[in-house]
Design a protein around this ligand. Sequence first.
Ligand code: FAD
Length: 483
Amino acid sequence: SDESSSIYEPQRVVIIGAGPVGALAALYFAKGGWQVTVYELRGDLRNPENRSLNFTKSINLAISERGVNGIRTVDPELTETILEAAIPMNGRMIHDIAGKQSSQRYDVHGRFIRSIDRSYLNGALLDQLEQMSNVELKFNHNLKRLALEKSEATFEKRLGSGEVETVRVNADLFIGADGAHSQTRYHMMKYVRLNFSQEYIDSLWCEFHLPPHPTTGEFQLDPNHLHIWPRQTFMFIALPNMDKSFTCTLFMPEDMFKDIVGPEALLKFFLTEFPDVVPLIGEENLIGDYLKNQKLPLISVKCTPYHYRNKCVIIGDAAHAMVPFYGQGMNCGFEDVRVLWDHINSTDSLTEGLNSYTLERQKDLHVINDLAMNNYVEMRSSVTSRTYLMKKNFQEFLYSWFPWMGVRTLYSMVSFSNIRYSEVTKRIKRQEKVLGTVAQFVGISVLGALGWWVWEAGWWKEVLEEGLLVWKEWMEEAVRVLW
Ligand code: FAD
């Protein structure tokens, strides 16, 4: 049974952060028989009042195989419930400046990613946790200190009156799932030689709401696509919601945001760059959203190791915040939880389990961080290039007609498989080498066949003789003139 799947005596784990990754980790440990307490800085997001206050994360996001597999492995039934509220996106819909739309499917075998409401997904995980007797959820608790030598965490509990109360707790294991600016990571750094780097890219993001059609109530764009308006150095995207609206995001360099001052400048910008978007959102809403919604930064974090002895481990954005352009941040965090659980359960020693987790995971996490960064260029500009499309179509042609060759696109391996990210890039390198050789072979063969055909046809001899005659006449003429 689920309860007996842990080889440990039931132990006490404290999870810091009740975001999607912390909540999923709680589910794995609770089902494995651990005593779980989750401490979350903010109020319960299932309460609509708290949702509007917590608004620094995208409303919806793309969930793909790794994320689904993370939930499915621990709770297949919950996966079904969650996916019922998700909308399949079969490909990208590229919108050019003239308003023409062209579809680029994600996968020749029809596999798709899904758009899901972040709060719904997070809330569904919390609902599940709340039903378990060995789980406690503590909201409004801010991690302030982590004394790992004493296995003790200190939280500040925010009381209704605005006052705070200090709460100290002990645990056998602390799991930091407290996001990109993780306090757990910060405190763990005092105990372990943790290499850490972070980078802010120069683009910010701002969200817009594209409502259902005002009279029919239907989607205003095809709901089964992730819509992209790529404009080289910036882009606008839209993901569908269950209520037939879309949530749109403008990713753009900070300087460009600064240049758009006031409603008129904004309208002019949209009418020039995304003219088809203006009637869909409506001028008033467009201006309202732009003025009201924050322009938020995008951070990329890399670090290693992810653990300290058998005391503490960081997962999700706390360990590897990435820019959102591969739609993998949360998916990868869910994969962390599955892989961590596998490592912990494949040995008798928690220290060894955490050691081997760091060792395996660091390669994969650094790779996906870099892929996410590179995909910004792909989404905002390469998707419109002929070379990119030719390469994609060629790979898909081989994948579809010669599956035994094992050729797959990078996107397909990242989004529709559970192959380790580091293995994915290795395969892509091998594949490019093979495809390069195949292309050279095909090229040389075609040239050879053409040469042979010309030789055999014989007409080249006449052309050559005529050419030589003309050349001889020119030379004779030149000699005559010069003499
Ligand atoms: P978070 O979601 O950041 O949750 C951390 C939790 O910890 C929060 O609830 C926070 O309140 C709590 N916390 C913080 N500090 C403390 C403290 N001191 N004490 C206690 N609790 C604390 N990913 C995808 O997979 N697909 C997508 O399509 C996608 N789109 C994105 C679009 C945008 C614009 C952005 C910005 C991100 C996107 N992501 C996407 C990434 C995704 O949002 C993150 O990877 C995901 O939210 C990480 O989950 P997490 O639980 O690790 O961290």
